[in-house]
Design a protein around this ligand. Structure first.
Ligand code: HEM
Length: 349
């Protein structure tokens, strides 16, 4: 095991989950520590920087253990490392999480296979950009007969902060994101983590389905629109306030605006969450990316206990929304975040 590799919890995150008293013990390839929430979902506020690295394994048997170990060895101190599994990893003899499949093609997608899917998704996060960069470099220089890097993308969360119990960040469209997420960690985890009554394989209980969508923005086009036009497309003000004057952290009165005079019926938020009492059962933790040459956008990432009721239901409602004309989804995938600990690795060894 990578005994020298410190894999720290984000301090605030640990405290937010009441885990601080257990210390900031990290994952290790050889131990199964007691902090129960998967790394990707810890804390209210995601770390400021992330690298998502999708890897392919020829044969999972044994190779998965090796891969996990090598990623952890490559990881700098001050990073947290989590893993998620793609559908292809599961041979017929393994009990696959019921909803896991390759991410389908949605209307308007232009998926580049070289930037989509993968057997394993390593999630390396840190509040220090340099730690991410060094980890990725080290991993790129690691050779293995067992695995190859399929794709990789770096993300960041500008103006990363917590307000009223929600993790917020600014996206490249100049809007603040995160208000629609749950305001408590209990609610976040109940939306994201699979429970024992879901008829999922026993080993998958406590895990989560993760959807990653690499969504490129037509920033030039967007920036030509007035702020008012942009706000009507999103359905919120840039700072999160509602278009009917309701403060960002309260619920708007859509019932009083049935024709969409104040907040258009086809705005992003009205389509994404039409029923304010029953919000979409997903937890969004997205990052912005900038790959140069105007290739900027969002690494949309959300977690849920059920893919159909979670991401897929919201995505379906958003099909054809006015925002779509500024977006191009070029990559990503569906993955399964195993429950915290190392027991899942044994399933494949
Ligand atoms: C790049 C594309 C996207 C952009 C720029 C974007 C932007 C935003 C913004 C600014 C908000 C309002 C603030 C907030 O609640 O976080 C929001 C809310 C939301 N978005 Fe998106 N979003 C994008 C893609 C998606 C996708 C793909 C989904 C799911 C399929 C989604 C689902 C939601 C949901 C559920 C809300 C919360 C609505 C509420 O509770 O009021 N978004 N988004």
């Amino acid at each position: 095991m990578a005994s020298g590799v410190a894999v720290a919890l984000a301090g605030g995150g640990a405290a937010a989950y009441g885990l601080a008293d257990r210390g900031a013990a990290g994952d290790s390839a050889g131990s199964d520590d007691s902090v129960g929430v998967p790394v990707q979902l810890r804390g209210i506020l995601p770390e400021k920087y992330v690298a998502l690295i999708a890897l392919d394994i020829g044969r999972p048997h044994g190779a998965l253990r090796e891969l996990v170990k090598q990623v952890r060895v490559a990881a700098e101190p001050d990073t947290s490392v989590g893993f998620a599994l793609g559908a292809k990893l599961f041979g017929p003899e393994k009990s696959i999480p019921r909803r896991l499949k390759a991410m389908p093609h949605f209307t308007g997608d232009l998926l580049d296979p070289a930037m989509a899917h993968g057997d394993v998704l390593a999630h390396v996060a840190s509040d220090k950009a340099a730690a991410i960069q060094k980890t990725v470099e080290r991993l790129r220089n690691t050779t293995s007969p067992h695995w190859t890097i399929r794709w990789h993308i770096n993300g960041s969360r500008p103006a990363n902060r917590v307000e009223d119990g929600r993790g917020l960040a600014r996206n490249p469209f100049h809007f603040t994101e995160g208000f629609g997420n749950p305001g408590t960690d209990r609610e976040s985890l109940s939306r994201a983590l699979i429970s024992a009554d879901q008829n999922e394989p026993q080993w998958a209980v406590g895990g989560s389905y993760q959807v990653v969508r690499i969504i490129r923005f037509a920033t030039d086009l967007w920036d030509k629109d007035s702020v008012r036009e942009q706000e009507r497309i999103i359905g919120r003000r840039r700072d999160g306030g509602w278009l009917d004057g309701t403060p960002a952290d309260e619920q708007p009165n859509f019932a009083a605006d049935p024709t969409g005079r104040l907040t258009p019926l086809d705005s992003h938020v009205r389509l994404a969450a039409p029923d304010r009492r029953t919000p979409p059962p997903i937890v969004r933790r997205s990052y912005s990316y900038d790959r140069g040459n105007g290739d900027t956008g969002i690494i949309f990432s959300c977690f849920q206990r059920d893919l159909t009721q979670g991401f897929e239901a919201a995505q379906k409602r958003l099909e054809g929304e006015p925002l779509a004309k500024y977006l191009l989804t070029t990559g990503g995938g569906y993955f399964f975040v195993p429950p915290h600990g190392n027991k899942w690795i044994d399933t494949f060894s």
